[in-house]
Ligand binder design. Structure first.
Ligand SMILES: Nc1ncnc2c1ncn2[C@@H]1O[C@H](COP(=O)(O)OP(=O)(O)OP(=O)(O)O)[C@@H](O)[C@H]1O
Length: 250
């Protein structure tokens, strides 16, 4: 088990946003977290990445309580990419190399530079290497943030809407890259997604969040029209076009 969440509850001052969440993530899982705006998806992901501290419950990373791990150790195990990333005046290469920080003692080794180059290649960003982050489009910046998380070589990727600023082709590419990384590296990814069609096409596990509670979780069998309607309050049909599963609002 890469990650186990037990009895996790979180509140912002005066308001409980996550109630008693229990689930786990294993090697090879591409888990899509779905739910309406404000359901608590980002909050749950932040609790998993120790950006926020739940007031109840525990997050186990491997077998260890996340709270017992040092920053560096946690960063080796978890790569978290927020919904919005600040764009500072660093080059794309340096921003991706930053993913190696938990492994670097004094200065980056040849291996670190090589891993950063690989991550740039993976996201097809080589030609942007020497550009400044604040001179990139929103979608390009989003790909840089994913490349940095890949360079970090964590066991678990936590990605908050990684495709939200991407065009159709890049959405498919990035979803494929995440899926391939999960399978090839024997890691896991927990990915917040708004596009239900992208989720059912690429993810193999699903967690549907409704009003701060896990409505249902499991494999493709939980992605029924009934569950999707209950969570999103939209009537849908679930079907297939060739090999591709599709959800169509009706
Ligand atoms: N810093 C904060 N202080 C107080 N309330 C917050 C804070 N951040 C989020 N919330 C509230 O907590 C609830 C859950 O927010 P969260 O961002 O986790 O939802 P989400 O499911 O990720 O939504 P979206 O799909 O719109 O990104 C929302 O009602 C939101 O208004």
């Amino acid at each position: 088990m890469i990650l186990t969440v037990e009895g996790l509850s979180f509140k912002y001052p005066g308001r409980e946003v996550i109630r008693d969440a229990n689930f786990s993530v294993s090697k090879g899982d591409f888990l899509a977290v779905l739910g309406t705006n404000g359901a608590g998806k980002s909050t749950l992901l932040k609790c998993m990445g120790r950006v926020l501290k739940p007031y109840k419950g525990t997050v186990y990373v491997g077998g260890d309580d996340a709270l017992s791990l040092g920053r560096r150790e946690l960063a080796k195990r978890i790569g978290y990419v927020a919904q919005r990333n600040e764009s500072v005046r660093t080059t794309v290469f340096d921003a991706v190399l930053l993913g190696r920080k938990p492994y670097i003692q004094w200065e980056a080794s040849q291996k670190d530079l090589e891993i950063a180059r690989e991550a740039l290649q993976m996201l097809e960003l080589e030609k942007y290497s020497l550009r400044y982050l604040n001179e990139l489009s929103g979608g390009e910046q989003q790909k840089v943030a994913i490349a940095r998380a890949m360079a970090q070589k964590p066991e678990l990727l936590l990605l908050d809407e990684p495709t939200s600023s991407l065009d159709l082709k890049n959405q498919l590419e990035v979803a494929k890259i995440i899926k391939r990384a999960v399978k090839d590296r024997h890691i896991a990814a927990v990915v917040i997604m708004h596009d239900v069609n992208l989720a059912i096409r690429f993810a193999d596990k699903f967690l549907l969040l409704k009003d701060g509670e896990i409505f249902t979780a499991g494999g493709i069998e939980v992605m029924t029209a009934g569950n999707i309607e209950d969570v999103y309050s939209v009537r849908v049909q679930v079907g297939r076009i060739g090999d591709v599963p599709v959800v169509v609002p009706v």
